[in-house]
Design a protein around this ligand. Structure first.
Ligand SMILES: Nc1ncnc2c1ncn2[C@@H]1O[C@H](COP(=O)(O)OP(=O)(O)OP(=O)(O)O)[C@@H](O)[C@H]1O
Length: 588
């Protein structure tokens, strides 16, 4: 399964990889020939009188083969790096394109870390595999095989002698790799525990400190790191000792001593010449490097397999079905209709049940209800964060699933609880939905959103870099998002608790901005204060994914039910928040 994933990801660059493999093998073998050439040269130099022609030919063979080997390896690396570049470019484009067609709702979960890891870290893991591993591995395999084969042609005992330290190395390697996979899993688990402890500490630092729990959290973190240090110390210590022994067995002096000790009787017995033993020593000395390459390549291959799995997982996330009509269609009005809409998230638990209502063009529909009633879910179905499970949502009579994405986002704008400001200038952030907007329009939008004075007071005004130069408060960020919406001028607006980050003073300003924004548009608004939506054309009270009450404020407060209860609770808490006294409440 894992191999299949890697194979399918690398299918389009297979030819380049195979080119690299063949050239790498050729380079590996070419690099061996000079070793035998050197032995033959040493022999030729011993003869008297020296055969100059033979010496010149051998010297030329050594030079040509060395250059050819170098050229072949360089070319092989060039091909595999080209393959890697193409693969990375293709995967990056594929991932970005796929992220563009995933439901927006997918991004609201815990997936952002995973996307970053796939697009950055996992592609880097694939780099070693594609650009280096194949060429280095074929060299590391071909050199011992061909070297031992050539030695066996000289004398089979020399081939055996070159492998004399292998059994000991094999035993040491076996000990070293015993339980490797399980230990890696344990290491991942302990590292995850450390990471969780530190994330918990940082994310909840305010709560932790205010409840004087910092010591407990430090203790948890300390325990996690001690457990890891204990485990890692034991494992790494054992592995390091065995690794040192295996490195000693493959070290140059040990290989030379073994070769000399084993070769001496063969030379004195006349079975092999000193020059043949010299060739054996040189082949034997290339082997440790080959083993090292195979060992590190194997570990990198395993990591690359896991990275390929994650990339494949991301690419296989189901995208939103594309609209079926061949010609783009556009809504004829800004009317929003929910027609027997039901919805469940992936866990299958029904969140919305058979909801039907219409938001007439240019009116404000407010959604209220207890936490978890399904208000945000309902609002997010309009811009297709998710698709309905049953029923349909229509804009101007057209099912949202029949609208292409560009048309849909030209119709629907949204300001959500968590406002995202992008890294860039304030101007860039306001212009996001209208790139070529005139300066006067940008300022007018900011004024309408009650944020112009804050921006103008900054030393670089609209050119202030968000993030680097200045950090906006939650309420200010929300007003910048509103300015963005005003400038983008979408006929349908979804406002999900758009005043949630504001303190009472700024809430009034945001409400004023919202009133401006709502004028003449079809608005679906979720608000946590009933006073701010008391002038809405239509109020829907949701409970357990169903509409339990529907009407205008005056009607709803006059009848028993959830709305009246909520209104009374709110009024007891904030006696001044009568609709007539509420500044900047959404207009009717
Ligand atoms: N991404 C999600 N995956 C699975 N279930 C979800 C997801 N988002 C929300 N839910 C569940 O759907 C139900 C409705 O949630 P929703 O956020 O729509 O309610 P809400 O009325 O807007 O609540 P609140 O006023 O607290 O924001 C809840 O039970 C919630 O746990």
């Amino acid at each position: 399964m894992r191999n299949d994933t890697l194979k399918s990801l690398r299918k389009p660059i297979r030819t380049l990889i195979w080119g690299g493999i063949w050239l790498g093998a050729f380079g590996g073998v070419s690099a061996l020939i000079p070793l035998f050439g050197l032995a033959a040269l040493a022999e030729a130099l011993q003869t008297a009188p020296p055969d100059l022609h033979r010496i010149a030919m051998l010297a030329a063979l050594i030079v040509v083969c060395t250059v050819l080997g170098w050229l072949a390896t360089t070319l092989a690396m060039g091909l595999t790096h080209l393959a890697d570049e193409r693969l990375q470019a293709r995967l990056r484009c594929q991932m970005i394109a796929h992220l563009g067609v995933l439901p927006l709702g997918w991004f609201t979960g815990t997936h952002s870390g995973m996307v970053r890891k796939a697009v950055e870290d996992d592609l880097t893991e694939l780099h070693y595999l594609t650009a280096h591993h194949e060429v280095e591995r074929i060299r590391a395999l071909s050199q011992p095989i061909i070297g031992l084969f050539c030695l066996s042609l000289l004398d089979w005992r020399l081939a055996l002698l070159a492998m004399a330290t292998w059994p000991l190395y094999g035993v040491a390697y076996f000990w070293m790799m015993r339980g490797y996979r399980e230990n890696l899993q344990l290491m991942d688990r302990d590292l995850a525990a450390i990471s969780a402890a530190i994330v918990e500490l940082i994310r909840n630092i305010v709560v932790i400190k205010s409840y004087r729990q910092a010591r407990q959290n430090h203790h948890d973190y300390g325990q996690a790191t001690s457990r890891f240090a204990l485990f890692y110390g034991g494992w790494a210590g054992r592995t390091a000792r065995i690794e040192a022994i295996s490195a000693l067995l493959l070290s140059v002096p040990v290989i030379m001593l073994t070769s000399l000790a084993g070769g001496y009787p063969l030379v004195t017995g006349g079975q092999v010449t000193p020059v043949m033993l010299f060739a054996e020593i040189m082949v034997a000395m290339t082997l440790p490097q080959c083993f090292q390459t195979l060992h590190t390549g194997n570990a990198a291959f395993k990591r690359a397999q896991a990275a390929a799995e994650r990339i494949d997982y991301l690419l296989s996330r189901p995208s939103l079905p594309a609209p079926t009509p061949t010609h783009p269609i556009s809504p004829t009005s800004a009317e929003v209709t929910f027609d027997h809409v039901s919805f469940a998230y992936d866990d299958g638990r029904p969140v919305l049940n058979h909801l039907s209502f219409t938001c007439a063009p240019g009116t404000v529909t407010a959604l209220i209800g207890p936490s978890g009633a399904g208000k945000s879910t309902l609002a997010r179905l309009v811009p297709r964060f998710y698709d309905v499970s049953k029923g349909a949502i229509r804009l101007g009579g057209v099912d949202v699933r029949q609208l292409d994405r560009a048309t849909l986002y030209r119709q629907v704008g949204f300001v959500l609880q968590e406002v995202e400001l992008l890294h860039g200038t304030v101007r860039d952030n306001i212009c996001l939905g209208h790139i070529n907007a005139r300066e006067s329009d940008i300022i007018a939008a900011a004024q309408a959103a009650q944020i112009d004075s804050v921006i103008q007071a900054l030393p670089q005004g609209y050119d202030t870099m968000i993030g680097d130069g200045y950090c906006f408060s939650g309420g200010e960020a929300q007003r910048i998002a509103l300015a963005r919406m005003i400038l983008a001028n979408r006929p349908i607006l979804i406002l999900d608790e758009a005043t949630s980050s504001a303190d009472p003073e700024h809430e009034v300003q945001i409400q004023a901005a919202l009133s401006h924004l709502a004028r003449g548009r079809t608005v679906i608004v979720i608000a946590h204060r009933l006073a701010s939506i008391a002038h809405a054309d239509q109020i829907l009270v949701l409970e357990d994914g169903r509409i339990v009450q529907k009407g205008r404020h005056e009607m709803l407060v006059s009848q028993e039910g959830c709305y009246k209860d909520l209104w009374e609770v709110e009024n007891r808490a904030q006696p001044l928040s009568h609709p007539a006294e509420t500044e900047g409440a959404l207009p009717c």
